[in-house]
Write a protein of this length. Structure first.
Length: 195
């Protein structure tokens, strides 16, 4: 068995991510990570004093993987649509990581609006404003509505045995985005009569 000094924090996190991907959060424990590394629990406990600390570090690593996944270049010609489709595809391809990131009560009690107004999303909001020819405040509102739809779509795929259909997802996202833009541009008055 490798000694404590040979097992690095990165090795532990890589093993934890591998477990998460295969079997989900419930499969991650100090013992299971040690077994993945073919070592005793001592090296894992040396770097992470508790399973909670280990899961916190795994959350940060999974979040970085998710961000990198969303940032992959594409050739669709529509960067905003591409980000939405990648988010949905992540839910389908990385079911356990998606659940760990977004369905494990780890978002820290933030309100829904805080999730769609995160300063890290400013470039995406600017892109939405440019694409929809909306002022930044309305673009943020349109992005928030689209983000909720995208998350719902990804959640369905992450929690069910459903196939990912990129063409269908793109069509749905375009309908939602342009519907929201239309509602914002008209002040929503045309749609209130239907309600």
């Amino acid at each position: 068995m490798p000694t404590t000094s040979r097992i690095t924090e990165d090795m532990i996190l890589d093993a934890g991510i591998a477990l998460l991907r295969r079997a989900g959060e419930q499969a991650v424990s100090v013992r299971s990570v040690a077994a993945e590394l073919h070592c005793s629990t001592q090296p894992v406990m040396y770097h992470f004093r508790s399973v909670g600390a280990l899961k916190d570090a795994l959350y940060s690593r999974a979040d970085a993987l998710h961000t990198a996944y969303l940032s992959e270049p594409d050739d669709t010609g529509d960067p905003l649509l591409a980000v939405g489709l990648r988010y949905i595809r992540f839910g389908a391809e990385e079911r356990h990581l998606f659940r760990f990131l977004f369905q494990s009560d780890r978002l820290g009690g933030r309100g829904l609006r805080a999730l769609t107004t995160d300063p890290a999303l400013a470039p995406v909001i600017a892109l939405a404003a440019q694409e929809a020819q909306l002022p930044p405040e309305q673009a943020a509102e349109a992005f928030g509505a689209l983000a909720l739809a995208v998350h719902g779509y990804a959640s369905l795929l992450a929690n069910n045995s459903m196939p990912f259909d990129a063409a269908d997802a793109a069509h749905t996202l375009q309908l939602i985005f342009f519907g929201v833009i239309g509602a914002l541009q008209t002040g929503g008055t045309q749609h209130e009569e239907a309600l």
